[in-house]
Design a protein around this ligand. Structure first.
Ligand code: AMP
Length: 251
């Protein structure tokens, strides 16, 4: 596994890659089995798999949340190596935002709803970094989790809108045994909230309506940002203490 902290070194190396498709898994690190399922899918489909580990400051509306985001490069690299990853990109912020974020990708409709309505500028940050990373890696296939369902839809739409030459592959949400969607943020939950967190998924599945799910979650002590049914999906964001959890299920 080759580790690139320099993007220019990566770009020179990328020119030498010619045999077979390249798969790409963008992440913010603190890797868990959800991330590794994307890596596995990429390894199955591609000759070469690239993973990026970059905590993107532009998608955090709250500086404290960015500062508190978990990070463990050593453990991440061990996991990626044993998962059979070929290259890891670990750039710093200055290399990604050489323009100081003068240029950004903005979507004006769906990105304003759900998580976008509660996190100012979040999806501008997400779409901008994904656009930059896709241009840097030039993968044939890029892998995203259904856990971040709104993000996945927006990335699909961006790729179509800008005629980008990459196939976006959606991967199913990987869950803990009690149903909680795996997330780097779960490690912030104390024991009591961790036990309660499983109820998020249960409430989504068991309630007849979004409103019923919202009431059930509020009753359990969640601070609910939204529960909404959109087409055949029920999506939720809710806080336990300072930890914000999201999930979605097919309905
Ligand atoms: P993150 O590091 O949280 O930005 O996530 C990087 C990628 O992994 C995104 O495409 C996420 O949707 C995906 N991902 C995160 N958690 C899970 C999970 N539990 N199951 C499947 N994919 C996930």
């Amino acid at each position: 596994m080759i580790i690139f902290t320099s993007l220019s070194q990566w770009q020179n190396f990328r020119k030498t890659l010619s045999d077979g498709p390249v798969g790409f898994v963008p992440t913010m690190g603190a890797l868990h089995h959800g991330h590794l399922s994307l890596v596995k899918a990429s390894r199955e489909d591609n000759a070469f798999t690239v993973v990026s580990v970059f905590v993107n400051p532009k998608q955090f509306d709250d500086g404290g949340d960015f500062e508190a985001y978990p990070s463990d490069h050593k453990a991440d690299l061990e996991r990626l190596e044993s998962a059979g990853v070929d290259a890891v990109l670990m750039p710093d912020t200055a290399q990604i935002y050489t323009d100081d974020y003068r240029f950004k990708v903005t979507e004006s409709e769906f990105s304003q709803r759900l998580c976008g309505a509660h996190r100012q500028g979040h999806f501008d940050g997400v779409l901008t970094v994904v656009m930059r990373l896709l241009n840097l890696v030039r993968p044939n296939n890029a892998y995203f989790g259904e856990k971040d369902y709104q993000q996945l839809q927006l990335i699909r739409d961006m790729v179509a809108a800008f005629f980008m030459q990459v196939n976006i592959v959606a991967c199913a949400t990987v869950r803990e045994a009690d149903g909680l969607a795996m997330s780097s943020r779960n490690q912030h939950l104390d024991e009591k909230d961790r036990a309660k967190a499983a109820y998020l998924h249960a409430a989504l599945k068991q309630s007849r309506t979004a409103d019923e799910a919202r009431q059930a979650l509020t009753g359990q002590g969640f601070d609910v940002d939204y529960v909404e049914d959109i087409k055949n999906r029920r999506l939720v964001a809710a806080r336990l203490g300072t930890t914000r959890l999201i999930d979605n299920v097919e309905i």
